[in-house]
Design a protein around this ligand. Structure first.
Ligand code: IPM
Ligand code: MN
Length: 353
């Protein structure tokens, strides 16, 4: 019996989570596994009511779960940063979800802005370090508000943190078993302290424990260039927190946009959290027009991480059938179907071979 925490969150979060749960129920019936859900109402509305983001007591509750399914965080009435830091980043850090796994895969029938590229060209995975780097909040300001103001923001890279991320990426590349190529994305020509550590650890671990995995390196700026020009060159990319944040937005765009991009915040030894990576889309809230496929895919990733591999594959195939044979577009309001209808379509397609 899997214990799943559900955090629908803000904006269109609840609408897309509902479709994810609908597909979960359908696939659980077919694959014969059991689960129970508990809903948590953290998000902008609760913050406005109580001033609470994600209290420590909630972290303790979440820690007892097998997985967390998250909708979206972000509210137009709340100053940017409060909910992101207080909920999303807090969960990632407190639950030590040290991997942010973001597949970049162009599904059939989905339009990419890249000319002459198709599903066979765009299929790679980004492994983003999720608990260190520029995100730790190390730094400070001096003489704020004066002409002499100083702002310092430090990237923290620990051997342990880098190594566990790299090991996860090597293992993932091995298990994925495609081109067996792991690309380290960094900036060794400028950020010499941080990325020399990454680079040394990368080659040491690779040479010793993963001799069958080809090691490749690309600077982050070049990575952006190749992602647009030759995305087919990538199999798995591993990178730090900040670069991972940036390149996965680019990745989301080449795979068809925020309507389809999903990610997992993974603690391989603990509880992981899965989310559609698009925002809360306030302007579409409550209109039944938002695309739920990113949330459905995030739920599929959750199943894969829980070990329900067959169910995860069924969900992915069903999503691909829906994009390939049904939807006119992935954009909100232009799909040719409503949010709930798209959820229904995925459920129907679970049976198709
Ligand atoms: C993401 C988001 C977050 C991040 C924000 C909302 C804090 O952009 O999940 O990529 O920067 O990690
Ligand atoms: Mn981001």
């Amino acid at each position: 019996m899997y214990k799943i925490a559900v955090m629908p969150g803000d904006g269109t979060g609840p609408e897309v989570v509902r479709e994810g749960l609908k597909v979960l129920e359908a696939v659980a019936g077919k694959c014969k596994f059991k689960y129970e859900t508990e809903e948590f109402d953290f998000g902008g509305e609760r913050y406005k009511r109580t001033g609470e983001t994600l209290p420590d007591s909630a972290i303790e509750e979440l820690r007892k779960k097998d997985a967390i399914f998250l909708g979206a965080i972000g509210h137009p009435d709340v100053q940017p940063g409060i909910l992101e830091k207080g909920i999303l980043l807090k969960a990632r850090f407190a639950l030590d979800q040290y991997i942010n796994l973001r597949p970049v895969k162009l599904y059939p029938g989905v339009e990419t802005p890249l000319k002459d590229k198709g599903p066979k060209d765009i299929d790679f995975v980004v492994v983003r370090e999720n608990t260190e780097g520029l995100y730790v909040g190390a730094g400070g300001t001096l003489k704020q508000g004066t002409p002499d103001e100083v702002a310092i923001q430090t990237s923290v890279n620990t051997r342990k943190g880098v190594e566990r991320c790299l090991r996860y990426a090597f293992e993932y590349t091995k298990k994925r078993n495609k081109a067996k190529t792991l690309t380290l994305c960094g900036k060794t020509n400028v950020l010499t302290f941080a990325f020399h550590l990454w680079e040394r650890a990368f080659h040491e671990i690779g040479k010793k424990d993963y001799p069958d995995i080809k090691r490749d390196y690309a600077h982050v700026d070049a990575t952006c260039m190749w992602m647009v020009k030759n995305p087919e060159w990538f199999d798995v990319i591993v990178t730090d927190n900040m670069f991972g944040d940036i390149i996965t937005d680019l990745g989301a765009m080449i795979q068809g946009g925020m309507g389809i991009a999903a990610g997992g915040n993974i603690n391989p030894e603990g509880v992981s959290m899965f989310e559609p990576i698009g925002g809360s889309a306030p302007k579409y809230t409550g209109k039944n027009v938002i695309n739920p496929l990113a949330a459905v895919s995030a739920m599929g990733m959750m199943l894969d991480t829980l070990g329900e591999t067959k169910a995860a594959l069924m969900v992915e195939k069903a999503v691909m059938t829906v994009t390939g044979t049904k939807l006119k577009s992935l954009s909100a309001g232009k799909m040719g179907y409503s949010t709930t209808e798209v959820g229904d379509l995925v459920c129907e397609m679970l049976d198709k071979k």
